[in-house]
Design a protein around this ligand. Structure first.
Ligand code: AMP
Ligand code: ZN
Length: 482
């Protein structure tokens, strides 16, 4: 962190529903756990909003000088098709529908998720903790609280939510009437009680099952996050993140387990942060609702993934964000302008080792104030715009300032090339080189005043879905007419 960046970091804590100054458990360190994906399908771009948010938090903590340990889990077992306790495991269901093994499905979709993480320039966490690699520890955790906080039914080991103080405080839901508490399980003492171990029904075999003191079966989804967060980050750590749906059931249940395990009212993480939904005209984007948008769909339409990242940063993480292609294309245009401005600076200079120019430092301080105010990325972006707009300041100083801001925003502004942003939609069958070649021929024809030949080239390109953009203010010679 540079000396002048000193705005106090405040973060909105869903537990208290208020912004709080960040005070780490261990001075100088930041321990963050992010609920990761359930890998039974591709992630939709709404899911990826959750990881862009967690990455922005992580980048901000690093930028402000904290030594960050970030864990993201991969849920490859235990997440049922609803938030209730009855129903199929999402992994097993996908396996029976496709004829592939649950393990193969998990591997395939984990790899696809990791590819999206890379394309969105989301930094690698200290560890990807994979649920099925921690089942032994989950059984040990469950054993440690079984006698004091759980009871056994035919279907599994259940957590008795009346045994911990203030159950559901995070959700602020009525105790017996939380959202999604459908499919009641016979014998549960309270509607809010939840399975921490699900027994394989007699006569059945699951692809993913383990021996336990409660019989063969699989861990409940909530158990994995309590176990892995404590294992890697400590009994009490700083920040736990997830999408806002987790505020209602998954995280209250994690908190209940944490309290049972520590025999205290300690919720495990001090700050619980939740990103709001990406919505489309049909409402919240969800995987279970059939058709959904993946990052690959955007790429196939010719939009660079970082334009989606910028689109997310243009909204505050706690606001709903409506996805439309118009919004996305507007973000792409904004990103193009930024990249072109930086390209011009780079043509003139190398970035200075550090930005010392007083005007730029003022702008970076304003950027710091915005980002430190519960990650106000829309505001921070306006300060970046201000830096980009400076005409009279030395190019290398400006580049250093942009690099500093981009360490938080993750838009790769110093390495992206203009051409990187012009992706070829999947349905278009020519190469960029062919278009460039045709454009050169057209220029030649024009300079020979052979306008019919120039027009013929333009028409032929148009027939192939390429629009020539004479006089475009962004100086793009052509674009794909997607
Ligand atoms: P899942 O794979 O269903 O466990 O979800 C992965 C992450 O995406 C979780 O943190 C969810 O809360 C989050 N999430 C799910 N749907 C959306 C959405 N439409 N917008 C933003 N985040 C979402
Ligand atoms: Zn979780």
């Amino acid at each position: 962190m540079t000396e002048s960046l000193s705005a106090p970091l405040t973060l909105f804590n869903s537990l208290t529903r208020s912004a709080e100054e960040f005070a780490p458990v261990n001075p100088g360190k930041a321990h963050v756990y992010t609920c990761g994906p359930t890998v039974y399908n591709f992630q939709h771009i709404g899911n990826m909003r959750a990881y862009i948010f967690a990455d922005t938090l992580g980048r901000t903590l690093s930028w402000k000088g904290y030594n960050l340990s970030h864990i993201i889990n991969i849920t490859d077992v235990g997440h049922l098709t609803s938030d209730a306790d009855a129903g199929d495991d999402k992994m097993e269901k996908a396996a029976s529908e496709t004829g592939k093994s649950a393990w193969d499905i998990a591997k395939f979709y984990t790899d696809a998720y990791w590819q999206d993480i890379e394309r969105l320039n989301i930094r690698q966490p200290a560890k990807w903790s994979i649920a099925t690699e921690h089942v032994e520890e989950m059984i040990a955790f469950a054993k440690s609280i079984a006698d004091t906080h759980c009871y056994e039914l035919d279907s599994g080991l259940y957590f008795d939510t009346s045994t911990v103080p203030d159950y559901g405080r995070l959700a602020r839901a009525k105790t017996d009437d939380g959202e999604g508490r459908i499919d009641p399980v016979e014998g549960k003492r309270h509607q809010t009680d939840f399975a921490i171990w699900r027994k394989t029904p007699a006569g059945e075999t699951r692809q993913m099952e383990w021996d336990s003191p409660w019989g063969k079966g699989a861990p409940g989804w909530h158990l994995e996050c309590s176990v892995m967060s404590k294992m890697y980050l400590g009994e009490t750590f700083d920040i736990h993140t997830g999408g806002i749906d987790h505020r209602e059931i998954h995280h209250p249940n994690e908190i209940a387990q944490n309290q049972a395990h520590s025999c205290s009212a300690d919720t495990g993480a001090n700050i619980w942060m939740h990103n709001n939904f990406l919505v489309d005209r049909g409402g919240k984007m969800s995987k279970s609702a059939g058709e959904f948008l993946t990052l690959q769909v955007l790429v196939d339409a010719g939009v660079h993934p970082l334009a989606y990242r910028l689109m997310c940063l243009q909204a505050h993480y706690r606001s709903e964000l409506e996805f439309t292609f118009e919004n996305l294309l507007a973000a792409l245009t904004r990103l193009k302008r930024m990249v072109m401005t930086v390209a011009q600076l780079r043509a003139d200079a190398e970035p200075a080792a550090a930005c010392t120019h007083p005007r730029l430092r003022e702008m970076l301080d304003a950027f710091d104030v915005a980002i430190s105010d519960d990650l106000n990325t829309p505001k921070a972006l306006t300060h970046l715009d201000e830096i980009l707009a400076q005409k009279k300041i030395d190019c290398s100083e400006k580049l250093a300032a942009i690099a500093e801001a981009d360490a938080v925003l993750g838009l790769n502004l110093l390495t992206l090339e203009r051409a990187d942003l012009r992706l070829r939609p999947a349905k278009v069958e020519f190469t960029e080189d062919e278009v460039e070649h045709q454009l050169n021929l057209r220029e030649e024809a024009k300079s020979n005043k052979n306008y019919p030949a120039a027009d013929a080239i333009r028409n032929e390109l148009a027939d192939n879905g390429v629009e020539i953009m004479d006089g475009d203010p962004l100086r793009w010679e052509w674009r794909i007419d997607a």
